[in-house]
Design a protein around this ligand. Sequence first.
Ligand code: NAP
Length: 283
Amino acid sequence: MERILTSNDLAVKLEEDIISRVEKLREENHVPKLAIVRVGENPNDISYEKSLVKKGENYKIDIQRVLLDESITTEELKSEIEKLNNDDSVTGMIIFRPLPKHIDEEVIQQTVCWKKDVDCMTPTNLAKIFQGDFSSFQPATPYASMKILEYYDIDLEGKNVAIVNRSMVLGKPMAMMVLGKNGTPIICHSRTKDLKKILKEADVVVTATGRAKSLTRDFLTEDSIVIDVGVSMGEDGKLSGDADFEDLKDFVKGITPRLGGVGKITSTLLMDQIVQAKEKSLK
Ligand code: NAP
């Protein structure tokens, strides 16, 4: 197995598959369309939006941007989402989160039609994941992490997988996906005691703390496989993963890089789910 677990070749395969499926859909006048709902001007959201717009152009998936003022109320946002639910030309939607604090996120999660919930934020789709049913949409980041493991034939059956993150977008659904592969997930967080011991004993470590270069050799062994989801600014002013990649790349058994790693295929998988949603709507 390669030591550097890049997603570059996998990204090409996924893209080729998406492009050919969209071509087929378009030949029959079925156009997949992603609605992007952005509230406010968060730079991270703007940058993600740009990358989705670019992917949309490349894959010939239509993009509808719904840009809303930071001051929007929960009721007003709910009504914008209902319009997208009722618009037959919209295949699926992503609502950038976190939403401003005054918005009731639970109301918004419950408003999105589950059939258009390609970002897997609705209670219906999350419940499926927690029931071990992966036939519907999956949250893109843990899905991307699983795809990389699968691509490198890393069988999780009977393996201990430590996940350092307990959020609903990453840690918790990732744990369910690991269970789905008969692995043993261990969810860790900021109050976990003896993180070093747990991570050293794990076969696979999935890290998403957002603490640049904090995952060092002391937490790992030469047999560790590291899936690094974190992206944050390091002390050197450069974006970095959670892992101290330069030091670990010659030490651990396998590690994803920051560029060409998990992040590279996350938005591609979201697009894949838009195409899936369109295909399913025709059945
Ligand atoms: P988050 O909600 O703040 O979660 C961070 C998690 O790390 C929490 O569960 C936190 O524990 C845990 N943590 C923090 N410090 C820790 C420590 N010292 N020891 C053990 N656990 C610790 O953040 P998020 O939104 O999930 O994002 C996490 C990272 O993933 C960020 O860098 C983000 O940019 C990145 N991300 C990447 C992608 C991608 O596609 N590559 C997508 C989404 C997010 P508590 O719960 O106890 O606070």
